[in-house]
Design a protein around this ligand. Structure first.
Ligand code: NAI
Length: 320
């Protein structure tokens, strides 16, 4: 028997759904029974201007294919208005895809406060405002699915994108905490670092590569994570694009332990440095280290010894 994941009767809000990835999500949900709120401010990829056209075109496309959709033209900074559109049109909100985005790439040396603040507003405040407005509905109905959008730039850094990197990594912490707070209400939240051809990336990648990176190749993972059959996958980070899908997680090195007190000198840190950076037997933490346990163990240690450092003359120096 062939069957497909469907979203009949559910309402999905997709921000920045006038183009790129957002449009691909919106048309997907529209084709699988959901009511879709197509939000888009309709400005340039640098966040200038606005227009109703971007959202309208996608709404018409979904309707022409037999789906249900309404447009919303507010900025994600006014997230409560976007969620209000969902409630007014469809009476509910089940899935929130925080996707809207812009770029203000510039070297850090030349970054202005305006470049920094605008990226913060769209990529940090926007997802917050949308999720905050949807949250009471999710809790009340004991159902919600959220996708936030990070980026490789946030996870790894990227030239000319300090503003964007900082904002995008914020979505990891935001998602991890929402996942923890939401789980008991059946609100599952995940964050993706996508890669896809869009107006955002069309100038930085050659056409033959872009062809292999259709937004459509990001959609199925998002479809799975936001489906009601997903009961447990939450608080996770996914890399997705061009057919590749992989979870990403934190890794903790073996680490070293020092007796706290006067003998805990920089030289003592050098002494255990190999352990501090030893990833040969990593652990994969989902929370901070067990400081109470570690403290207790550290107290049992003898006083720390100074470390050795080879200086440029080849002499070994004892560092205290
Ligand atoms: P896109 O530029 O095609 O789509 C973004 C949409 O968001 C646009 O239609 C734009 O009008 C809308 N938008 C911008 N500011 C808005 C605001 N304040 N309120 C409402 N709508 C607004 O870009 P793309 O590539 O589809 O990006 C989607 C998301 O994925 C963004 O968050 C982006 O940062 C992220 N991303 C994309 C990558 C890629 O390879 N395309 C890589 C990593 C992250």
């Amino acid at each position: 028997i062939m069957s497909e994941l469907r979203y009949d009767g559910q309402t999905v809000v997709v921000t920045g759904a006038g183009g790129g990835l957002g449009k691909a999500y919106a048309t997907f949900y529209g084709s699988r029974g959901a009511n879709v709120v197509v939000n888009d401010l309709g400005g340039s990829f640098k966040g200038e201007g606005k227009s109703t056209k971007a959202a309208d075109v996608v709404v018409e496309e979904i309707k022409a294919a037999g789906g249900k959709a309404v447009a919303n033209y507010d900025s994600v900074e006014d997230g409560e208005k976007i969620i209000e559109t969902a409630i007014k049109a469809f009476g509910r909100i089940d899935i929130l895809i925080n996707n809207a985005g812009i770029l203000r790439d510039i070297s850090f040396k030349n970054m202005t406060d305006a470049d920094w603040d605008l990226i913060y507003k769209v990529h940090v405040k926007g997802p917050y405002k949308c999720a905050r407005a949807a949250w009471p509905y999710f809790r009340k109905q004991k159902y919600g699915r959220v996708i936030n959008t990070a980026s490789a730039a946030g996870l790894f850094g990227s030239f000319g994108q300090t503003n964007y990197s900082a904002a995008k990594l914020s979505q990891v912490g935001f998602t991890e905490t929402l996942a923890k707070e939401g789980f008991k209400y059946n609100i599952l939240c995940n964050v993706i670092a996508p890669i896809a051809a869009s107006r955002m990336t069309e100038t930085v990648m050659p056409p033959e590569v872009l062809e292999l990176l259709k937004p459509d190749f990001v959609v199925p993972l998002v479809g799975v994570l936001t489906h009601s059959s997903n009961k447990h996958e939450t608080g996770s980070i996914f890399e997705v694009g061009g057919g590749h899908i992989a979870k990403i997680r934190w890794q903790r090195a073996k680490g070293g332990l020092l007796k706290t007190g006067p003998s805990m000198t920089p030289g003592a840190v050098l002494k255990i440095w190999d352990n501090v950076k030893d990833y040969s037997k990593p652990s994969y933490p989902e929370g901070p280290a067990d400081f109470m346990g570690l403290l207790e163990e550290a107290q049992k240690l003898p006083d720390n010894q100074p470390g050795e450092k080879v200086d440029f003359t080849g002499k070994v120096a004892l560092i205290t």
